[in-house]
Ligand binder design. Structure first.
Ligand code: PAF
Length: 285
């Protein structure tokens, strides 16, 4: 498949994919909410290397936005996205409408477990219920061999890995590292909502997380590390802290004695947007 095929309905997608899957072709899946950047394209690059067919979905999922969150303001540009997807080597771009994905409200909810109680799960109640709902629907629609998720959304990735394991879903989850601007800011669709001054300051987040990693190596307590990281962010930017947390990864609990890796994760609010970032730190011994 050299050309990009854009599809808006589930039936058309399944007909096309079914034909290919019956011929034994493997499918790599990159679910997104669009407004593509190099982070998404690195997911495609990896999917391209490992599968015969690469499917990307672009769907700004209303179910994962709470009241007062940025569902309406979430950046969208379907034409630009189609060009980028084509150039990156996506074969099939699935762009359903909300009516196609949610034709009626059946009231079934999927409730994630303890991994969703901290970080964004605490500040955005119901967010991960909505993520799991759309991800399950997309997995059922696409039936991918492999699905690609970025480590920038490390909590989302950890919850989806558990979901796939607990419910014996067929797809394999592939973790892809965060892609950053040259100054360290994590690539995000929401970065366009930063003012020019905020854009200059925002790399302070990554620098603070790096400092957090050094403090972990020095053996400071979680509380001290969280406090110093938060201080470094507010001292060097106008952002206000939603959370800074040090947890075991991927369990996302405060019990870090038995874990191989910890995460220092944060969410920072700027005037028109909220950014998340994290650093995952292997523990020695
Ligand atoms: O990470 C995202 O962009 C979204 O949460 C996802 C996985 C596409 C579900 O809407």
């Amino acid at each position: 498949m050299a050309e990009l095929t854009i599809i808006h309905t589930i039936q058309e997608l399944q007909t096309l994919l079914g034909r290919n899957q019956r011929q034994g072709k493997t499918v790599g899946f990159v679910p997104t909410m669009g407004f593509l950047h190099e982070g998404h394209l690195s997911l495609v690059e990896q999917a391209r290397q490992q599968n015969d067919i690469v499917v990307m979905s672009i769907f700004v999922n209303p179910a994962q936005f709470g009241p007062g969150e940025d569902f309406e303001a979430y950046p969208r540009d379907a034409q630009r996205d189609a060009g980028l997807a084509h150039d990156a080597g996506v074969d099939i771009l699935f762009m359903p409408t909300p009516e196609e994905m949610y034709p009626q409200e059946g009231g079934i909810r999927i409730l994630p477990g303890s991994q969703a109680t901290e970080l964004c799960g605490a500040s955005r109640p119901g967010h991960f219920d909505g993520v799991l709902k759309v991800v399950l629907k997309l997995f059922n629609i696409v039936d991918p061999d492999r699905s690609y998720f970025g480590l920038k959304d490390a909590q989302q990735l950890a919850i989806i890995e558990t979901f796939v394991r607990d419910f014996n879903l067929r797809t394999k989850i592939v973790r892809v590292p965060t892609v950053r601007e040259q100054d360290g800011l994590a690539k995000s669709s929401r970065n366009v909502h930063l003012t020019e001054a905020e854009r200059q300051e925002a790399p302070a987040i990554q620098r603070a997380l790096q400092k957090g990693a050094l403090l972990v190596a020095e053996g400071l307590s979680a509380g001290e590390i969280e406090q110093q990281v938060a201080e470094a962010i507010v001292t060097n930017s106008t952002g206000s802290i939603d959370y800074v947390s040090l947890l075991a990864y991927p369990a996302l609990t405060k019990e870090i004695d038995q874990t191989n890796e910890v995460i220092v994760a944060c969410a920072v609010k700027f005037s028109k947007t909220r950014l998340i970032d994290n650093i995952i730190i292997p523990l020695k011994g």
